[in-house]
Design a protein around this ligand. Sequence first.
Ligand code: 3HC
Length: 341
Amino acid sequence: MPADTGIEGRDQAPSEVRVAGEVEELERRFQELVDADQRIEPRDWMPEGYRRTLIRQIAQHAHSEIIGMQPEGNWITRAPSLKRKAILLAKVQDEGGHGIYLYSAAETLGVSRDELVDLLHSGRQKYSSIFNYPTLTWADVGAIGWLVDGAAITNQIPLCRCSYGPYGRAMVRICKEESFHQRQGYDILYTLARGTPRQREMAQDAVNRWWWPSLMMFGPPDEASQHSAQSMAWGIKRHSNDELRQRFVDVTVPQAEVLGLSLPDPEIRWNEDRGHYDFGPIDWDELRRVVSGDGPCNRQRMAHKVAAHENGRWVREAALAYEAKLEAGYKRGARASGRAA
Ligand code: 3HC
């Protein structure tokens, strides 16, 4: 089922009107390319549902990166040392950069960044559930890096092989930066876990609060994931939500042991037969509530985002006016040199 992106279907130019049977042939060739692991590029023909699904996912991903700057940005002025502050600043700036690459990737599908931002602000597009939780202590910055960025990498490494070229290529750089983010979070928790009893307690409390929301980031369970089957057939997603969630649990449990922190799930244990860690049930009602706007910080995140956009209006207008002035200057210069010649 084509996703509702809030984006209208693309009008076909007269030269694009297809004769009967031609669309089927195009679809067949498109699927052959995807099945052969070839990349689809912006100039290539693609089914409208594929284009809309990509716009939905890439826009949601871009919005998540931008909104994701808020929970950690909250700690920049309160980082415990100059070094930690510099690292956190760089990290939050990276997230902004990821948002920009992703909006650019979405623009290759015939939609503008302004349209996507409007769709977010009007509540017609989403961002990740995870960024609707508060960052109560410095240890939350560590838990976000280790768990949230860890979950993001697990989900995003397969997206480097996404069938759509601009998205896959953007993900390569994003994943490299995310792996630095994950290490900085792990380093913060490692330090706190070996600090005073109060610091250790703070680290454990942060892990307790971020563990379950990190598992929810992977999306609903496979049987409730309405887009997975089609997205996998189109080579957008390479693995199901549950497969990636399991992969994340499997790599994270041994890391928690090295940290000396526990995960807040008494049901986690190695299952020899499955070759995976078992874990307890996820509260899917909580995910539904947070995604539908009723998480702890949804209203605050959106209000801050919209206010920042409005407050930056004059900067965008000034940049456009400056560009127009430069362009007029070039044109005058070109006319003058034309006359001289
Ligand atoms: N938060 C909010 N909405 C979610 C969600 C989540 N964690 N998980 C799923 N959903 C939504 C889907 O968008 C879809 O709603 P829609 O039809 O209105 O768009 C619905 O729930 C059903 O889910 P599906 O499993 O059918 O949806 P998808 O096939 O799109 O899978 C996904 C969901 C796995 C999140 C996939 O979209 C994806 O891989 N996206 C790219 C990665 C991404 O966006 N990550 C967000 C975090 S970015 C980040 O973490 C930044 C870093 O710096 C920390």
